[in-house]
Write a protein that binds this ligand. Structure first.
Ligand code: ZN
Length: 474
């Protein structure tokens, strides 16, 4: 038997145990909670780390706990060469579960259902079983492979910031917190908080409020505007026209009379479609459609309306690539820079907006941050900008080539690299890539209700990882 076959039968023989360990971890609600002494992310994440430490210890790996930020499990005490980075915290349970309760994992139709099954407890166990396979099969290693399990991936990755403050980055790192085959390019992230105060107020027909979006990385699917002194007929006509032009649906409600104003007030509710900021094309931005609608109304002129017109010039509905802001760029490696304005909050006194751009590899301070800042300033806004450069690991490196070859040997499918708009766990690492553990075409409802992990895919991942460890640490 060659190494690949030995690994394959080992994983097949231990698949039930791997599933059982995964389910045991999924039973722990490890959503981030209030910090407590010695538990920086609260009880749940610490409990999940403790359970993971117990499992790693049971299979003979030496475990270290880094103050409940992360735990590590080492294969041996040789030179650290390969790190595998996964996480034990999960996103909130949310609603809409139909197959089981979020923290009561079950097996159904060859899948493990439960929060964390695919993000990222199952993949973490696939990595652990890969280490177990290499160890128990006695495959020769001249270097160490370390499993790092974090407890704060979902809320800003302060866990690995802490860990890498104490330990150097390994020669190579992969994170099974994504999909196969392999992501070696992650776009950069460019965001700005935009402000404007108004010193005057319109009379007669005015916009009292416009709000849409609460989370910077989500295209808002809902928004509303509060308008006083515009006739219902004018509002209806504008709603119909804007709906035709944007695909966003509007409803008008008359507000209760306050007894003081001689004008009537209407609330306009907009319903578009939410999407992740890295794929704004898939959404219908309700906040921007509402802005378009408001600008079509016969409202009295004032600083507020002037600011809204200028905002629209920089962020028109449907401009997914930042053309109007002057930051549109694209390259072969990562495609287009994408941009969407995802938070908008306006009243009679001030305006606040925030956009999220995922910048292509070619983007930098000079061609993106500076021109963007210039246009915002020219339009009279104050803006605080944050730019996190893109992440690229050479596709022709031995590391990436070896991982892809292991993927091909186990699956028989062609291995290839890809780029993504979202940042992963390895974004800040120089030599880190996202590798598995979910199959290329499987939607596991990560972060949503009925999250699952396909058991066959978990086994495949464990085999690919074992082969990778055997080759990279030989
Ligand atoms: Zn994850």
């Amino acid at each position: 038997m060659d190494i690949k076959e030995k690994i394959s039968s080992y994983i097949d023989e231990h698949a039930e145990e791997m599933v059982a360990d995964t389910m045991e971890l999924c039973r722990i609600n490890s959503v981030k909670g209030e910090a407590e002494p010695g538990m920086p992310f609260g009880k749940g994440p610490s409990e999940a780390l403790a359970k993971a430490a117990e499992i790693c210890g049971k299979y003979g790996f030496s475990v270290t706990n880094y103050d409940n930020y992360v735990i590590t499990a080492d294969m041996n005490d040789k030179d650290r060469h390969l790190d595998i980075l996964a996480h034990m915290d999960v996103v909130a349970a949310g609603t809409g579960w139909t197959v089981t309760e979020p923290f009561d994992p079950i097996i159904k139709d060859g899948r493990i259902y439960g929060r964390g099954s695919s993000d990222d407890k199952g993949p973490a166990m696939a990595a652990l079983y890969a280490m177990r396979a290499v160890k128990e099969l006695g495959l020769p290693l001249s270097k160490n492979c370390r499993l790092i399990l974090g407890a704060d991936e979902e809320c800003g990755s302060s866990d690995i910031a802490y860990y890498y403050g104490k330990e150097p980055e390994a020669e190579m790192t992969f994170s099974p917190d994504s999909e196969f085959p392999l992501y070696n390019v992650e776009k950069g992230q460019y965001r700005a908080d935009i402000h404007k105060e108004f010193t005057d107020q319109g009379n007669g027909a005015v916009l009292l409020a416009l709000e849409g979006g609460t989370t910077v990385n989500i295209v808002p699917g809902k928004a509303f505007a509060l308008v006083r002194g515009v006739s219902q007929a004018d509002l209806e006509a504008a709603c119909v026209r804007t709906a035709e032009e944007t695909g966003v649906h509007f409803e008008i409600e008359k507000e209760e009379e306050d007894g003081f104003s001689i004008y009537e007030t209407y609330r306009i509710l907009a319903e578009g479609k939410g999407a992740h900021a890295s794929t704004p094309e898939e959404g219908k931005n309700a906040a921007l459609a509402t802005l378009k609608l408001v600008l079509a109304l016969p409202l009295s002129d004032c600083q507020q309306m002037d600011a809204l017109r200028k905002l629209w010039e920089l962020f028109p509905y449907g401009d997914h690539y930042g053309k109007a802001l002057g930051v549109a760029l694209s390259d072969e490696l990562s495609g287009n820079t994408t941009l969407s304005l995802n938070i908008l909050k306006v009243d009679e006194h001030s305006l606040y907006a925030k956009f999220d751009a995922r910048t292509c590899v070619a983007a930098d301070e000079k061609n993106t941050v500076e021109p963007g800042a210039k246009r915002l300033e020219e339009a009279g806004f104050t803006a605080e900008t944050a730019f996190n450069p893109p992440h690229v690991v050479d596709a022709d490196s031995d590391f990436v080539k070896t991982l892809l070859s292991c993927y091909e040997q186990v699956t028989g499918e062609p291995g290839k690299t890809a780029s993504m708009g979202g940042g992963t766990y390895v974004h800040e690492l120089k030599r880190g890539v996202a590798f598995g553990a979910v199959g290329e075409f499987t939607d596991t409802h990560m972060h949503g209700p009925d999250e699952f992990m396909v058991i066959e895919e978990l086994k495949t991942a464990a085999k690919i990882f074992a082969l990778s460890i055997a080759e990279l640490c030989r």
